[in-house]
Every structure is written in C-alpha cells, then in structure tokens.
Design a protein around this ligand. Sequence first.
Ligand code: C5P
Length: 405
Amino acid sequence: MSSLQNKRIVVGITGGIAAYKTIEFIRLLRKANAEVRVVLTPAAAEFVTPLTLQAISGNAVSHSLLDPQAELAMGHIELAKWADFVVIAPASADFLARLNAGMANDLLSTICLATAAPIFVAPAMNQQMFRQAITQQNIQSLRLRGVEFIGPNSGEQACGDVGAGRMSEPAEIFTVLENAVSLSQDLMGLSVAITAGPTQEAIDPVRYISNHSSGKMGFAIAQAFAQRGATVTLISGPVNLPTPNNVRRIDVVSAQQMWQAALESAVQNSLFIGCAAVADYRVANIAEQKIKKAGDEMQLTLVKNPDIIADVGHLRENRPFTVGFAAETQNVAEYAKDKLQRKKLDMICANDVSGGQVFGADQNALQLFWQNGSIKLPQSSKQQQAQKLVDAIVEKMNEKTNEKN
Ligand code: C5P
C-alpha cells in the first residue's frame, strides 16, 4: 500500500513549460489513491488548462484568490487546512522568490503561507536563472525553513540551454514524496483511542448540565497521532470541530455513552488517552417532559457517573497504556500525582485552569507526570503541545515495553 493512500495533497502549478509533466505526476498520485486538489497561478493557466487538470485530479481546480464561486466550494484557508502536503511542481524562480518573501499575492502563495502542512517544491527554470545568487539564496533560506526541494535535474532545456534547472521527472517527484511520507509515518501499527470534549447530562428534553471544554486539545492529539500514521479512534462529546483527516470519530453525548464507547475501544487499542472533560455527576431521573417553572427553588438529585479512565486503568486484561488529563485550579502537581495513582494511569498531563485560560483557548501549557518522573511542556499552541505529547507518550510506551522484555 502506498504511504500516499488517502493523503490530501494540494498540487500547486506555477508558470513554466514543465507544467505539462505535472499532469502525469497527478495521475500517479491518483493511482496511489491520494486525494488531489490543484491550484494554478495565473501564469500556469497559460500552459495547462483547468479543464484537463480537473479531469485528471477528479476535483475542481482553483486559480483565483478572489473567485467567489471557488471560495464557496472550498475557501483558500480551508484548502490550506485541508492539505496534508503541498507540492509545487513546477516551481518557477518567481514563485520561489515570493514564497521566500512570505508574499500572499495569489491563491497559491496564500495557501503556502496559511498551511501547516509540509511543502515540497520541484523547481524548473532556465539554468542561468537557477544559478543566480538571488535564486540560490532564496532556495537556501527556504530549505532552512523546512521546505523540501526535489531536483532540479540537469540537461537540455526547452529554451535550448543546457544546465541545471529541468524539473524532475513526475515519477521521481512521486517517489521522493512517497518516501518522505512513509518516513514520517513512524507510528504506523500503533492504535490509539482518545476521548475529547465535554459530556452533556440531560435534565429534561431541552436542558442539560455540561462544561466549557471545547475539545480542541483532544482533537489536536488525534490529529498529531494520525499524521504520524497511527490508527486513531476519537470518542467525542458534543463539540463544534471538524474531524481530523484519517481519524475514526464516534460521537457521544452523555458520560454513560462515552463510557460504553471508551471501554469497548480501550481493549482494542494499545493506547488510551482520556482528554474529555467528563461530567462527574448526572441527573438521577431525567424528566420525560420539559420541567415547568414553579417555586423559587428547585432541587436536582445527581448521581455519580462512571470514571471512564479509572475503569480503563484498572482493566485486568488487554489494558492499554493509559494517559489521563488533570485540569486543576490549585495544587496542580499534587492533585495530578494523586490521580495518577488512584486511577492507575501510566501518565497524567496536568494543566492549570485557574483563571479559566485553558478551556476553549488555542494555547496551553502542560506538565506530564509518570511513576518516577515529570516534564514541563512550555506554553504553545495546542497543536504543538499535542506533537510534543505524542513524542513523550511514545517514549514512555517504548520504555515500558523494553522493561517487560
Ligand atoms: O477526576 P478528574 O475528573 O479530575 O480526572 C480527569 C481525568 O479523568 C481526565 O483524563 C478525564 O478524561 C478522566 N475522567 C473520566 N471519567 C470521568 C471523570 C474524569 O475518564 N467520569
């Protein structure tokens, strides 16, 4: 199976005669079952037609930043977020200069600036343009920023010159991309179940008890594992977030539903992460009809919900490596360590929610605790925290496996 299967790839085409070869590259991507969306610069549209590219990629082709129709179908920011990888082939000298300068003056450069996905470029230009100090500086600086270069090759050029600047062959670009992706899929074979978001505990048909959890952290963790090739099941309470690519999502509402889905998943996975803010209590008797307003006070009897992660931690058979979260407003370390023991977890991620700065926020700072150690992950975006958390969890899981052997 190709590492590119189900991967979402934005193929950018800039102005150059080599653009005709990109049609073959897109065909190879489609054969590997990748999803492809093509973005053309205005100059590229002079060399290859949107109609051809639409037929070959199976999707509408985008070529204008200010096209209301295209924005309606998939806006440029949406496209930047959709991409797992961006490949620009051919990448002209002009485009490399604009990419390096951080310009966003057409659709493709805007997508490159707005995406978090890795960017690959296959340059194609006249040999003299390629050799120019300014082009080489641009390439050097883009490389330092993590842009991957494929080629160019040397040989006879369309203009009659001979030298470096020919775009790599479609099969070559495909193989470099496929290999890079498979190397980045180092967690293939690992299966993880993650709970995320709040739960809602019904009071009557129209009211419920819940909390401020947005689900962002759990979704970021699911995305970080999936991007590295792990098989991810995300058990989510009611949230307003899109499902990350390559993640199986199970939607639940109440803690009891989450418990059911989580316990079923836990025994089938080698790792379980409880990131959900599960309601500790639910209403003892949910009213069948809407409760009518009556006296000045009313009482609800609450009963305890099952502690999902504690039940997973205490599993006797097929117990996964179990990681919990602890959102605390005081004595963060002390309470977190207590939960680590009590719930029989392998690791706990503590965050200080005093002041309410974590719920719904895009930034977070975590401190991880395990049996005999701890590390702090300094404040950063939830995406970056998730990536560091994945590294830390994988390291501890490996240590545990090595101890057993
Ligand atoms: O006890 P506390 O709710 O602070 O513990 C937080 C951790 O326990 C989180 O990992 C959360 O997902 C998990 N939890 C759970 N089921 C509950 C309550 C909390 O899985 N009923």
